[in-house]
Write a protein that binds this ligand. Structure first.
Ligand SMILES: Nc1ncnc2c1ncn2[C@@H]1O[C@H](COP(=O)(O)OP(=O)(O)OP(=O)(O)O)[C@@H](O)[C@H]1O
Ligand SMILES: [Mg+2]
Length: 328
């Protein structure tokens, strides 16, 4: 077999039809800062998989390689309905790869970009699934470190009671935490900083509670339509995560009960000690806070009652619901 020395020259099409470690590459399905994900055919088991090929500069980083191997194995060992099953992780010709279940659906990043903020009901359904996955990982001693919408895949659920099935993916594959702790060279792309916990930024020890923070940023964004902190540059964003208070969620979502605000504030606490002890505890608190029902929507002035030149009241927002229309 000829050695593939340039699996990553950047051209997306060049690997199509090629075989890598027993997988035939069929189609590119997405790319992030550190990898390209393909739909591929597992030629041994005759099934479709998602094959993730990590960028070669990561394969050259010993710290990353060790963690990749360790955490891919650890993630593969967790059998959880809301964690993407990893079939195999390995290396071929200097390229690190992961073969995992091919999830038919959309990642949450694309879904939010397409649908906008989601209804509280849909949010709580998806959040509870992701929270159960994170808590299960934590029980296995794994910290995800990169909880963000791009790492949550949403597939069609089984029935109208379960319209979506959410999967968490990419354990320990964050380049961000490596770079924040100085493992990668300065100037490399580190991905989004919208969901990074204060202790990750300051290089303090990171445990499950950093995922509670990242997860809370994601839940905030699902409901508000934007992450808790919006700043013009990365330095300002890192500062905000460490020192600023997030705007109350109800500023963006006045339809939510005000009790939701302290729940988000606790989950986003700067000190891990002040956060919820688990992701499910956070979701339970959010459910309880929003269960009281939707507060009365402010009185909309009638057309006749408006002064000349007065701004027309905005129509009440339509939150995406449901994400998937059920097949009958
Ligand atoms: N198992 C899977 N099944 C189907 N699609 C997937 C699967 N894993 C990843 N994808 C798709 O591939 C895209 C790229 O994934 P990737 O992890 O490389 O990037 P990302 O998570 O957006 O960013 P980052 O590089 O920061 O992790 C995902 O956003 C998702 O749409
Ligand atoms: Mg990812």
């Amino acid at each position: 077999m000829t050695r593939e020395t340039s699996l990553f020259s950047g051209r997306p099409s060049e690997l199509l039809g090629k075989q890598i470690a027993g997988y035939r590459i069929e189609k590119e399905i997405g790319r992030g800062g550190m990898a390209v994900v393909y739909r591929a055919r597992d030629l041994r088991l005759e099934r479709t998989v998602a094959l993730k090929l990590l960028a070669p500069e990561l394969a050259r980083n010993d710290t990353f390689r060790r963690r990749f191997t360790h955490e891919s194995r650890a993630a593969a060992a967790i059998d959880h309905p809301h964690i993407v099953p990893v079939f195999e992780a390995g290396e071929t010709d200097g390229v690190l790869y992961i073969a995992m279940r091919y999830v038919v659906g959309s990642d949450l990043r694309h879904l939010l970009d397409r649908e906008g903020p989601l209804s509280p009901t849909t949010t709580l359904r998806i959040a509870a699934q992701v929270a159960s996955a994170l808590d299960a990982a934590h029980d296995h001693g794994l910290v995800h470190r990169d909880v963000k919408p791009g790492n949550i895949l949403v597939a069609r659920g089984t029935d109208s009671d379960h319209p979506e099935h959410a999967y968490l993916t990419d354990f320990g594959l964050t380049k961000k935490s490596l770079s924040l702790t100085g493992f990668t060279t300065v100037g490399q792309f580190v991905g989004t900083l919208d969901y990074v916990a204060p202790e990750q930024i300051s290089g303090r020890p990171v445990d499950a509670r950093c995922d509670v923070y990242g997860f809370a940023c994601v839940v905030y964004e699902i409901l508000a339509g934007h992450p808790p902190f919006r700043r013009d540059d990365d330095m300002a964003l890192l500062w905000a995560h460490q020192y600023d208070e997030a705007p109350p969620l109800t500023e963006a979502r006045p339809d939510l009960a005000p009790q939701a605000d302290p729940v988000l504030a606790k989950a986003l606490a700067k000190s891990p000690d002040d956060r919820y002890p688990s992701c499910l505890a956070f979701v339970a608190a959010l459910r309880a806070a929003t269960a009281g029902g939707v507060p009365a929507v402010g009185h909309t002035p009638t057309r006749a009652g408006r002064e000349p030149g007065e701004e027309r009241p905005k129509p009440p927002p339509r939150w995406a619901e449901p994400v998937f229309t059920q097949r009958t």
